[in-house]
Design a protein around this ligand. Structure first.
Ligand code: GTP
Ligand code: ZN
Length: 300
């Protein structure tokens, strides 16, 4: 399923045909999200004014959640909601300048990716304006794959990393995500076609859309998704995004919540000994605090 708008689901079938469908009653309350593999029945010709029915959603290999904050006005209310299914790779787009890199945002995405079992890829744009050294230094302990993008160069490295996989692109406004998407999917006609097929109104501006890559594979653009929900992630699982810190928790008191409030957290000892960058612990604890939902501004 590549796009959804007001109960109409745009699906691409094996031979490339675009079929618009609605949910069949037997799906019950189960939601269909972009990236879902579904089974269609009825009129699957794809001709205009026809409508197929989605009768089955295949088991998902991964799920990404949107923060409660983003869905405040939805029928689900302030609850986390799956926005993308079956993604294999999360491409975190951040610019090196204008706007400056936001490691708090990257950290949050990393946690969401590791928690969902999705491989992260850091995509640093505007490499013509600033060097990546500072950001990369911050992640030195993480073995984080990254690519650099410049306006005058084809994003070859990124393209290779995307080929034949289902990748999600996430990034703040202004980082150059749209510029990238247009370069990656040059048949913009087609991309625009998919988008306009489901209406270009306010609904599409906040929902994910899957676009086919010329060399094979898909990218899912996520306009309007400010960050991923982490409320379901435990303090210990949250540490998966902070592999440089995790070992120090063996020195925590039992049932430590790692906030530091109890005064006996191994993470504080690690920092006190100079064993890790203090900003890393700060970022971890900011995410920890934001999970409760009242503070989703973790853009750092
Ligand atoms: N110097 C430089 N500017 C870039 C680069 N990529 C994009 N830009 C510029 O950055 C601005 C924002 O780019 P967009 O592609 O619209 O960014 P976006 O992340 O899609 O932002 P929204 O459209 O607001 O969601 C535009 O003026 C681009 O021309 C780059 O690699 N280097
Ligand atoms: Zn602790």
């Amino acid at each position: 399923m590549v796009a959804v708008d007001r109960g109409r689901y745009t699906c691409q079938v094996g031979d490339g045909r675009i079929v618009v469908a609605m949910r069949a009653r037997e799906l019950g309350r189960r939601g269909v999200v972009v990236g879902d593999r579904v089974q269609l029945v009825g009129d699957v010709s794809g001709r205009s004014d026809t409508l197929a029915r989605i009768v089955r959603i295949d088991e998902r290999t991964s799920t990404l959640m949107r923060t409660a904050d983003d869905v405040e006005n939805s029928i689900e209310g302030r609850q986390e909601r799956v926005v993308v299914a079956n993604a294999e790779q999360l491409v975190i787009v951040n610019s090196l300048s204008d706007p400056p890199p936001r490691t708090g945002f990257i950290d949050r995405c990393l946690v969401a990716a590791y928690d969902a079992g999705i491989e992260p890829l850091l995509c640093l744009t505007k490499a013509d304006l600033a060097g990546p050294e500072e950001v990369l230094h911050y992640y030195a302990e993480l073995d984080l794959p990254y690519v650099l993008c410049r306006p005058e160069e084809e994003p070859t490295e990124l393209m290779e990393a995307l080929t034949d996989r289902l990748s999600v692109l996430v990034g703040h406004s202004g980082v150059g995500k749209s510029t990238l998407v247009n370069r990656l999917v040059p048949g913009t006609d087609r991309a625009v076609g998919v988008v306009s097929a489901v209406g270009k109104g306010r609904h599409t501006s906040t929902s994910a859309v899957a676009l086919p890559l010329p060399a094979g594979g898909w990218i899912i653009d996520t306009p309007g998704i400010r960050s991923f929900g982490l409320a379901h992630v435990s303090p210990d699982s949250l540490l998966h995004g902070f592999s440089d810190l995790v070992e120090a928790t063996t020195r925590c008191s039992p049932n430590c919540d790692h906030t530091g409030a109890g005064g006996d957290c191994g993470l504080d000892k690690l920092i006190a000994e100079g064993g890790a960058d203090p900003r890393r612990l700060l970022s971890y604890r900011r995410l920890l605090a934001s999970r409760s939902g009242e503070d989703t501004d973790t853009t750092g």
